[in-house]
Design a protein around this ligand. Structure first.
Ligand code: SF4
Length: 349
């Protein structure tokens, strides 16, 4: 029988568990500090009986870092192995003292996007909340050992997998990461990126108040179908409607991610299409130069084409950012994550 992961429990879950075990709530802060920061604190504050009792009820196993590659720009790409030996990639992108961690939510992915290396892998399974939090813990520990002054990271759910296709476990992981008594990562420090998985988008009313991003990549339905096949089932207009409803509830700005692909989606018609789609919405357009991967059919545009496209979008009064590519030399950039038996190369949204 699979035991519940200790890393999937919120503070309230721990309180309930301590009550059911008849243990004083005063012990809980020491217990959590020992579990997440430094287990030496247990020597003075936690009885051996409690440790034994909880060990019998919960799984305390963390995933392992089976390899770490460091890019020339300092980006770290980890291969993280779980109990069943399946692996995902987790990417850590340093920006001075602040850094961003890109977490995976599934082993592989079933969405089959044509611009993404992960999509060629197929879906193996969902990650549990404990495994998602576990990725964060082991990668952050690795980084903080080298950078003790580093602040809490921002988190992006943009690694392998479609997060809304694994909504319940992702939601639970966010609650643990956000819990002020546990990891205390602010909701606004977390961003979930989706390719428009509508069944998940319709459930956002109950979701924590984190930031959301849509992988858009084309304002045109037919072209988007080629890039993101689930557009066939979940049309862009329905996806936009779901985001509009979400914005009406939460007043949040949505980021629209737009891969810049040479000879595909960078014409004046695309600029006009983006203007019509986003001009009247609270939106940030995040332009991401395509990162080629082995066997990809698309190419990256040159810098002048990127600048030109950006300038035309700005002319249309869109709020535009260009994402700096990090980690492409180790296949850690957006869309490059993949794990397989032969080649341990990574990728994502
Ligand atoms: S872009 Fe995201 S949703 Fe699409 S195949 Fe890659 S990981 Fe899956």
């Amino acid at each position: 029988m699979n035991m519940i992961s200790a890393y999937s429990l919120t503070h309230q879950n721990w309180k309930d568990l301590f009550s059911s075990c008849g243990v004083s709530q005063h012990v809980l802060p020491f217990w959590l500090k020992g579990l997440y920061k430094d287990s030496r604190i247990w020597e003075r504050h936690i009885s051996k009986e409690l440790v034994t009792d909880l060990n019998a009820q919960l799984d305390f196993t963390l995933p392992e870092i089976s390899s770490a590659q460091i890019s020339q720009d300092g980006t770290a790409k980890f291969l993280i192995r779980f109990r069943d030996q399946l692996e995902v990639e987790t990417v850590l992108i340093p920006f001075h003292k602040r850094f961003t961690i890109c977490l995976s939510t599934q082993v592989g992915c079933g969405m089959n996007c044509s611009f993404c290396y992960t999509g060629t892998q197929g879906l193996k399974r969902n990650l549990s909340a404990g495994e998602i939090v576990g990725q964060y813990i082991v990668a952050t520990k690795w980084f903080k050992e080298k950078n003790p002054e580093a602040l809490n990271p921002n988190i992006v759910f943009m690694g392998q997998g479609e997060p809304l296709h694994n909504l319940n476990e992702v939601k639970k992981a966010i609650e643990v990461l956000n819990d002020t008594q546990i990891l205390d990562i602010g909701q606004r420090q977390m961003t979930l990126s989706t390719v428009g998985y509508l069944p998940g988008l319709k459930k956002l009313a109950d979701f924590p108040k984190i930031n959301f991003a849509l992988s858009l990549h084309s304002p045109f339905e037919e072209e988007r179908k080629k890039l993101i096949p689930i557009t066939e089932k979940y049309p862009l207009r329905d996806v936009m409607e779901a985001f509009d409803e979400h914005q009406a509830r939460r007043k949040q700005i949505i980021t629209f991610e737009y891969l810049l692909i040479k000879n595909l989606n960078m014409t004046d018609a695309h600029v006009q299409g983006l203007s019509e789609l986003l001009g009247h919405r609270q939106a940030i357009l995040n332009l991401i130069p395509f990162n080629p991967f082995p066997g990809s059919e698309w190419e990256r545009p040159d810098e002048s084409a990127i600048e030109n496209f950006k300038a035309k979008c700005v002319e249309k009064k869109l709020r535009v950012m260009v994402r700096t590519t990090k980690g492409s030399d180790i296949l850690a950039a957006c869309g490059q994550l993949k794990v397989n038996k032969l080649a341990r190369n990574n990728g994502v949204h």
